[in-house]
Design a protein around this ligand. Structure first.
Ligand code: ATP
Length: 243
């Protein structure tokens, strides 16, 4: 199995604050890897470094063997990133937005059509795709952005709180879609979430981050056994208490 993400001793400082403080991590190809941790633990900062949007202060991050600092273009060809808070282009319709984003990945009309078709299906927005994005609810915008992140079938999808703001039905649907893309369409997934049920259901492996460091990691089932817990939320509370 290939290593999708290799992080060695990553540090990111903002002034005197170390948001990430010596974090090392490996994610294997086709895994759904969940980063969990309290507010301010360093999850988003880590994801943004992997997505080449922030430079590390020190340490090494490689995506399928490509260094995020010295080969950012190569890395960008392999990834898609769903930020925690993001807007889409408000004056485009949902359909125009998907088409515009698809055009970065192909210059052949039939390929663009098939990417957009896939995005349309993932979004579940049907006729509302004809409307301008500025008329969408928060959850509808999120659905459009999730569709944008997956429709190109990236080698690595980096999803920062993918189901935040989604209703119960669509959150459930997104979890199954993400699983399907990992299991059947060759997409490796790194996600962050505060929803422990979601992480337990979706992730093949999880890492708990606290104060910019990994304090525990493993397969959710093994972690529940190790901490004599019936769910991941209980593991999270137990580990965080002593971290
Ligand atoms: P949450 O669960 O609340 O989204 P998180 O684990 O994603 O939190 P980060 O957003 O990575 O946490 O933040 C980690 C730490 O770095 C926090 O103390 C935060 O205030 C700080 N931080 C993040 N970005 C910046 C920035 N641009 N400038 C200064 N400090 C920052």
């Amino acid at each position: 199995m290939n290593v999708a993400i290799n992080i060695e001793n990553l540090v990111k400082s903002f002034g005197t604050k170390k948001a990430v403080d010596g974090l090392s991590l490996q994610v294997m190809e086709n895994e759904i890897f969940g980063l969990i941790g309290p507010n301010g633990a360093g999850k988003t900062t880590t994801l943004r470094i992997i997505a080449t949007l922030l430079k590390p202060t020190s340490g090494k991050v490689r995506i399928f063997g490509h260094d995020v600092v010295t080969e950012p273009e190569k890395v960008r060809e392999l990834i898609s990133y769903l930020p925690e808070e993001s807007g889409a282009y408000n004056n485009l319709s949902g359909m125009e937005y998907l088409r515009f984003m698809a055009s970065f990945y192909s210059n052949k009309n039939d390929q663009i059509d098939s990417i957009v078709k896939e995005g349309t299906e993932i979004s579940g927005l049907e006729d509302r795709l004809k409307d301008k994005v500025k008329t969408y609810s928060k959850g509808m915008k999120r659905r459009l952005l999730v569709a944008r992140a997956l429709m190109i079938r990236p080698k690595l999808a980096i999803l920062d709180e993918p189901t935040s703001g989604l209703d119960v039905y669509y959150a459930h649907y997104v979890r199954d879609i993400v699983k399907d893309y990992a299991e059947r369409r060759g997409v490796t997934v790194l996600l962050s979430s505060h929803n422990m049920l979601e992480v337990q259901y979706m992730c093949t492996k999880v890492a708990l981050i606290n104060n910019g460091r990994i304090v525990e990691q493993g397969d959710p089932k093994n972690l529940m056994e190790k901490y004599s817990s019936s769910n991941l939320e209980d593991v999270f509370i137990k580990v965080s208490r002593f971290a």
